[in-house]
Design a protein around this ligand. Structure first.
Ligand code: SAM
Length: 405
């Protein structure tokens, strides 16, 4: 591979924003890709993937390059040189790469890779939490998998098209090849990464991008056409839209969130998806919640969480997450379970889900809830603990609870 100066500059600019200005990697990369309209798909992929790679391996690369935060541009070029060297890319004779100690880089990589928190490039506290919650053996495999690049998975919008038809359209119109995934009825996996958002099929609402594990959540809730469903932490609506298609647009979904901005995105997506049975409600007091007490056939609590199941997609979360946030979010998780479970009517069902692999955010929360007064009416029907290294998709948890009559 030959390095192109303007693409490498874009990567360094992006890293400056992510590491030094606390900006989110996905947003920064989106902006970078708008930078130069002449960039082709390979150029864009280089910028996005290299930036993500250096974010993912920040701690390891910084140790190898012997640089410390806050990183100045020289430091970032040294980390870039580590990335390129470990990839086996020949460094051009630019001033930024003068005196790069190629052999030393490889030696330090071998030496530092013996220590898990350096090899996997994670903060000390995260390694400690992982070991204490999952045990040494599982955590070692899980964190390694969470550092791999994630596949691109689509969820077919069955309100508009079948899986077979979409597969043919993507292949014929956009040269995008996909395959079915056994056990995931609405999923199509891209055989090679591609920008699917520019396709006509996306603009027509034929699919959404959604990880395979995430696609299991709406199915777990066992929704059928005509039901009244409340999606309490709907965000931009990944699971709301899936439930709407499982319900064939019949019945009602009340999609709620504390952030209006997220629900606005859901509105746009619902329009594109041809979804008509969703009502949006911002949670700005306890009033909208209380109004729904004992009213819902199904309630989904897709709870806010650490995201320690989806690091493949959000590698910068390794550096943005803090142990204090984890403590706080566990409190919120129990709180939403206590409050929002009251919306379930007798014989109705509730799913509590997270995109974390930590038992303290998952089964432990459900156990505490079931032992509490609010949980006394509920029983656990089943749960699923999905580890990325076992399934090959995102780490997730989901529990199905039923309210007794
Ligand atoms: C895991 S995300 C939801 C993802 C979304 N369901 C999807 O499938 O795309 C959790 C959401 O919970 C929202 N949230 C945080 N605290 C909340 C609360 N107390 N009540 C309701 N929603 C909350 C966040 O704004 C965020 O959108």
């Amino acid at each position: 591979m030959r390095l192109h100066r303007n693409l490498c500059f874009a990567v360094i600019d992006g890293l400056t924003k992510i590491f030094n200005e606390e900006e989110y990697a996905d947003k920064v990369i989106q902006q970078l890709l708008k930078h130069d309209k002449r960039w082709g798909s390979r150029d864009r992929a280089f910028v996005a993937e290299t930036t993500y790679d250096i974010v993912r391996w920040k701690r390891l690369y910084a140790e190898i390059a012997e640089v410390k935060e806050p990183f100045d541009r020289d430091n970032l070029w040294r980390m870039f040189a580590v990335w390129a060297t470990l990839k086996g890319i020949k460094l051009p004779d630019w001033k930024y790469f003068e005196n790069t100690p190629t052999r030393k880089i490889k030696g330090r990589f071998d030496e530092l890779s013996k220590i898990r928190k350096l090899r996997e490039s994670i903060p000390d506290w995260m390694d400690e939490v992982g070991v204490s919650e999952l045990g040494e053996a599982k955590w070692t495999k899980e964190i390694a998998m969470q550092n791999e690049q994630a596949d691109v998975i689509l969820r077919v919008n069955t309100l508009k098209i079948s899986k077979d038809k979409l597969q043919n359209i993507l292949s014929d119109e956009s040269n995008i090849e996909t395959e079915f995934i056994k056990g995931y009825p609405s999923a199509l996996k891209l055989t090679e990464r591609a920008n699917v958002f520019v396709t006509d099929a996306f603009k027509k609402g034929y699919f959404e991008v959604q990880d395979a594990s995430s696609q299991l959540v709406a199915e777990f809730l066992d929704v059928t056409p005509g039901m009244k469903v409340v999606d309490t932490c709907a965000g931009a609506g990944g699971k709301t839209l899936h439930m709407a298609s499982l319900m064939e647009n019949k019945g009602q979904i009340v999609a709620m969130d504390i952030y209006e901005s997220k629900l606005k995105k859901l509105k746009i997506r619902a329009r594109r998806n041809g979804v008509h049975n969703v009502d949006l409600k911002v949670i700005d007091s306890t009033k909208p919640i209380k109004k729904l007490y004992n009213k819902a056939d199904r309630v989904l609590i897709d709870a806010p969480c650490s995201g320690l199941g989806v690091l493949r997609r959000n590698p910068d979360a390794k550096w943005k997450l803090e142990p204090e946030f984890l403590d706080r979010i566990r409190g919120v998780q129990q709180d939403v379970l206590q409050q929002y479970s009251r919306m379930v009517k007798p014989n109705g069902k509730l799913v509590y889900a997270t995109c974390s692999v930590l038992p303290s955010e998952n089964q432990n929360q459900v156990e505490s809830f079931l032992k509490s007064e609010a949980g006394a009416n509920f029983e656990l029907v089943k749960d699923k603990k999905i580890l990325a290294h076992e399934k090959g998709f995102d780490g997730f948890y989901m529990a199905l609870l039923e309210r007794k009559a």
